[in-house]
Design a protein around this ligand. Sequence first.
Ligand SMILES: N[C@@H](CCC(=O)N[C@@H](CS)C(=O)NCC(=O)O)C(=O)O
Length: 225
Amino acid sequence: MQVGKVCAAYPGQGPILYSYFRSSCSWRVRIALALKNIDYETVAVNLIKDGGQQFSEEFQALNPMKQVPALKIDGITIGQSLAIIEYLEETRPTPRLLPRDPKQRAQVRMVSDLITSGIQPLQNLSVLKQVGQENQLTWAQQAITSGFNALEQILQSTAGRYCVGDEVSMADLCLAPQVANADRFKVDLTPYPTISRINKSLLALEAFHVSHPCRQPDTPPELRA
Ligand SMILES: N[C@@H](CCC(=O)N[C@@H](CS)C(=O)NCC(=O)O)C(=O)O
């Protein structure tokens, strides 16, 4: 499979992640793979180049939604970042990304859904194209601000060191990439001290560091850190 450039960090028969360095949804999955210490191969799907490689027939055959990420693993291909993370959790349970306690587990899913259904889709590339160049920034800022207003309030009651209690969970895998999007769209984070504090703790973790958009095989040289 060669959508765009094949970047084989771990060539072989292992999992293949179809990913774009800047995609926040791909970053969620990269963090899960890093935390669970799963070696994988990256196939870059450039969302901009050639009109968007996600629209190629080759990629559509893998994910008819024409979105990254998609993960080939254990003989199946899974789209949707949360479905991928939950599959990894069920098949490779260490370290745990969903708390054992049902109440905390529900809180993790609430925060994850808030971000993945209530914020990110509203500022996704395809939506921004529809909104048009001159309104994009304001649109994205509004979508993120409105979601973060709710999220800040929720986290004030669920958070410990991380989004829910003191263990890294699926919610944190959604949070850090969404804060990176907020930065990209120049959202003022001053009104969100809890979000900012948790994000800072997360970025200090190795799994978040290695999976960061500025360190991927398809990161352009000028954006590398
Ligand atoms: N709900 C999906 C959303 C996936 C998604 O929106 N992916 C974006 C990148 S973060 C994408 O591929 N966009 C391509 C486009 O909008 O054309 C998930 O969580 O995986």
